[in-house]
Design a protein around this ligand. Sequence first.
Ligand SMILES: [Fe+2]
Ligand SMILES: [Fe+2]
Length: 376
Amino acid sequence: MTDMKTNAEMIGRDEINDLEAVLSVTTPDDGALAAAVESEFDTIFTWDYEKGSRPKLNRLYEKAKTSMWNAETDLDWSIEVDQEEVVRNNTIANPGLMNATADMTGTPFEKWGDKEWLEVGVESQNWMLSQFLHGEQGALVCTARIVESVPWIDAKYYAATQVMDEARHVEVFAKYIDTKLSGHYPVNAHLKMLLDDIIQDSRWDMTYLGMQIMVEGLALAAFGFIHQLTTEPLLKKMLRYVMSDEARHVAFGVLSLQDYYLELTQAELRERQEFAFEAAVRMRDRFLQQEVWERMGVPVKDAVEMVLKAPEREMFQTMLFSKIVPNCKKLGLLDAGDGWLRTKFGELGVIQFEHWADTGEEYEMFALANGEAPAA
Ligand SMILES: [Fe+2]
Ligand SMILES: [Fe+2]
């Protein structure tokens, strides 16, 4: 058995909810247009070309071939987006997301009126879509890496289709931000740390765990939430399309790792558990959207504390884990080594999702229906 790692060793702080420590990690905006991350890994050739020796992956691959859509022609880019109007409509449709009706006496928001709250709503859109964009690029590079590093031909085939999917996702988010929104944000520091951790790990299955299970699982839940919430028709349709791909991607992770984890020792599984926990914390930290409050010029800690008190906000924070937890369970990660990860997810307040459907089974549900699907 490996030594028990402390929270400080895994996530850089003892207390998961230490807000001050979370907010002290910031994005240096140096204006650079590229960032290099060093990594070393084995590129694996396989001489076993037997297609379909992993039938579930083969089925996924065949499904992917017929599910491609075209970002330029399948979405109606002529739709005009009035961001302030969208914020107003979203607020009417979903009361309670912002705590704007709470008593602000004695807080930095005491003097704020509709104008400022509207501005926060607009900046939140810019921020959220920017982080989705950066996450999509992370998926693009990670799946290109999986093509090289995974030893099975069926997985290489499938991953190649995902590379194309992710290129399309980067393309649509970039286009949406550039043509419909009013600004963009650099990658959030917590998200960047997570992407770097995934890329720096030389083991191919860690790329899968970090990207396919954790980042993609969170994206699928977050896209679903925004898809449901937004009143903006172009974004709604775009997310619907993206989700139909993402569900396959998470299934790819579950179906691949399920086989592989059977070969691992308890000590090796523990390392995977720790990695999953670390990733979960990083992703939760990123959603505090500290950069929005910095841009608004208010004390970040006060703002974040205020937002965290909004009841629907808390629901959003936990809903983000509604795919990750059942998928970790399916992989045996919750229960390995006396249920270490179960305890940790309990501390994070997300263990209640363990009985929800895992994505290894439900990806068909996300497929585009006839008529909704792109023209063949
Ligand atoms: Fe994606
Ligand atoms: Fe994806």
